[in-house]
Write a protein that binds this ligand. Structure first.
Ligand code: NAD
Length: 244
């Protein structure tokens, strides 16, 4: 029987590439989206061509009620969820002194509470099955900190702490919890960064290129696979060597 993965924020970027990678490898895929209904539905159609079951589910990950409803529907339609990828995230470049309380709270509501909501929704069934894979998408800025991204960096660092702590708590239930920490990846999230700054970031990357969504998706797929069955609580950097 196919395993089922739920990927948050899967209508584009790293989430989308992960959905394709999982479907190609025989997983049923629950595609979560917040607003991009058409893109998510088109992706689910595309994934069906891999002979797996897929469907798109709307939920703002920061909203516990919407998240619970999404998991209920996805489990009913696609089967028990054995892997969760907490990928949905927002970013913002702004001076620390300009981060309003509202901006701070929204950053944590999506990037951290979103992972909390989704993990809480799936964990009882993973514990019951004595099997599960949880992969959180952090960032290299959660490790090193980025100037003008204090709330983003802090939220991504929080995910690393979340990962380590939960890994210790649920290991006995056969559940692994890991993080990926992408570097500079060519997605919509970086669309506002000027060509000049992107070039500079590329030059500061030992592998001398901007990463692709597929680079990150392959690392996520690995952490979900049996090949990673003795790996938990770890943060796997996918950053071309940016942070060493
Ligand atoms: P992206 O902006 O293309 O994707 C983010 C996705 O999250 C989108 O599909 C968006 O709709 C979704 N999302 C946002 N708020 C949501 C909410 N409240 N509920 C549900 N979905 C929501 O960017 P991406 O680069 O693909 O980002 C994916 C993840 O990778 C994010 O967590 C991001 O922080 C992380 N990341 C990205 C980079 C990079 O350079 N692109 C680097 C490090 C980490």
């Amino acid at each position: 029987m196919n395993q089922t993965v739920l990927i948050t924020g899967a209508s584009r970027g790293i989430g989308r590439a992960s959905a394709v990678a999982f479907a190609r490898n025989g997983y049923n895929v629950a595609v979560n989206y917040c607003k991009s209904k058409e893109k998510a539905a088109a992706l689910a159609d595309e994934l069906n061509s891999y002979g797996v079951m897929t469907a798109a589910y709307q939920a703002d990950v920061s909203d516990k009620t919407e998240v619970e409803e999404m998991f209920r529907k996805a489990e009913q339609e696609l089967g028990k969820i054995s892997a969760l990828v907490n990928n949905a995230g927002i970013a913002e470049q702004i001076l620390f002194s300009d981060i309003t309380e509202e901006k701070w709270d929204r950053m944590f509501a999506v990037n951290v509470k979103g992972a909390y909501n989704c993990t809480q929704a799936v964990l009882p069934s993973m514990i019951h099955e004595k099997y599960g894979r949880i992969i959180n998408v952090s960032s290299m800025w959660g490790i090193s900190g980025a100037s003008c991204e204090v709330h983003y960096s802090a939220s991504k660092a929080a995910l690393i702490g979340f990962t380590k702590a939960l890994a210790k708590e649920v290991g006995l239930s056969g559940i692994t919890v890991n993080c990926v920490a992408p570097g500079v990846i060519g997605t919509d999230m970086n669309a506002a960064i000027s060509g000049e700054i992107l070039e500079e970031l590329k030059e500061n990357t030992p592998l001398n290129r901007i990463g692709t969504s597929e680079d990150v998706a392959e690392a996520i797929l690995f952490l979900a696979s049996d090949k990673a069955s003795f790996i938990t609580g770890q943060t796997l950097s996918v950053d071309g060597g940016f942070i060493l």
